[in-house]
Design a protein around this ligand. Structure first.
Ligand code: PMP
Length: 351
């Protein structure tokens, strides 16, 4: 630990993302999409002129924000774009959650939220999930400096419907409620239509999952112009260009191809349900999922050993063993062939 670091950085336990192996493995550990990005993305990459990179990008990302607004059924004044939703979340923590009271969040949830709290000196209050592993929205409504949760939640996979989110917003009116919709396209219900009614609602989303663009770093937020301005103020203080020129062009191409989006989204959902059934047949306890992953544990087999056994046979999944999430595997949904290989190895390991 270095004395040169700020006190909050000294105390920071950095977020450790899933391994990005160099060798060829079946990679089911970081919830990437198994299908390539929309064909229009290839076209942009072929035709994009390097000369565009000579100039700074549009400081307001207006074309990308318009394309996003159209895809999401809102207006560009309600949209903010950033370099991955992790960046958008970081800006939101700085812009909205540095309050006198702690930030309310579920436990279990996305492990980056506590990291951001440490980074930005924000206290948090964590609320246990209910007895069916769902985010307890009633608990999150208690007094706080703001509310954040993923919907559907990660790594548990359950998503609340729009009405439940509206009921929370009817109770929480004086602080920001951030709904992280990284996985919503795989069966969740988006809260974006509520943005018009609730000026304190911020919804974040990403191109990393359902748009197959995790390598690009493109994310966004939807909220009232008041919240968009809050994010823009923080962004402007260190870098006024939200998204680079190439990423904007690629993002627009990905949004344009609605049929491809629909087909790959459905393929992931179908494979997920098939995988759940087959894991169930092997004796796993698998939570229902509205995401592109499943969370599973086996009553007779240690998840740590299964993780190692899979790794030895070339399959990478994520092993969770925290105080509130003991001994579970989170398995991203790959292609049908990849999931066949997973099931084959697990059948062997669970024999
Ligand atoms: N929110 C949740 C719940 C996630 O799981 C992730 C991906 N790990 C993100 C946000 C960040 O996604 P990205 O930065 O790739 O947009």
């Amino acid at each position: 630990m270095s004395q040169l670091w700020s006190p909050n950085v000294r105390e920071l336990t950095p977020y450790v993302p899933g391994e990005q192996p160099r060798e060829k493995l079946i990679k089911l550990n970081t919830n990437e999409n198994p299908y390539p990005p929309a064909p229009g993305v290839e076209r942009v990459l072929r035709e994009f002129s390097a000369d565009h990179l000579r100039r700074y990008p549009d400081p307001t990302s207006s074309a990308l924000r318009e394309a996003l607004a159209q895809a999401l059924g809102t207006t560009s004044a309600n949209v903010f774009a950033g370099n991955g939703s992790d960046e958008v979340l970081a800006l939101a923590f700085q812009a909205f959650f540095r309050q006198d009271k702690p930030l309310a969040m579920p436990d279990i949830s996305y492990s980056f939220y506590p990291v951001y709290c440490r980074m930005y000196d924000i206290d948090s209050q964590r609320f246990a999930l209910d007895d069916q592993w769902r985010v307890d929205l009633d608990a999150l409504a208690s007094d706080s400096g703001g509310v954040i949760f993923a919907n559907p939640n990660a790594p548990t996979g359950h998503g609340h419907g729009r009405e439940a989110i509206a009921a929370l917003l009817d109770k929480v009116t004086d602080r920001v409620v951030l709904v992280d919709e990284a996985y919503v396209d795989f069966g969740g219900e988006s809260a974006v239509p509520l943005v018009e009614r609730y000026p304190n609602l911020l919804v974040t989303g990403t191109f990393s999952k359902s748009r197959s663009l995790a390598g690009l770093r493109l994310g966004y937020a939807v909220g009232s112009p008041e919240l968009i301005e809050g994010l823009t103020r923080v962004k402007d203080s260190f870098n006024s260009y939200p998204v680079d020129a190439l990423a904007s062009a690629i993002g627009i191409a990905a949004l344009e191809d609605g049929d491809y989006f629909e087909a790959t989204r459905q393929a992931v959902i179908t494979t997920r349900e098939r995988t759940r059934q087959r894991l169930d047949d092997l004796g796993f306890e698998v939570l229902p999922s509205q995401t592109n992953f499943v969370l599973a544990s086996h009553p007779k087999h240690d998840a740590a050993q299964l993780f190692v056994g899979l790794r030895e046979r070339g399959i990478l999944v994520r092993h969770f063993n925290t105080e509130t999430l003991r001994d579970h595997l989170r398995i991203s949904i790959g292609t049908d062939d990849e999931m066949d290989s997973l099931i084959e190895v697990l059948s062997d390991l669970c024999r």
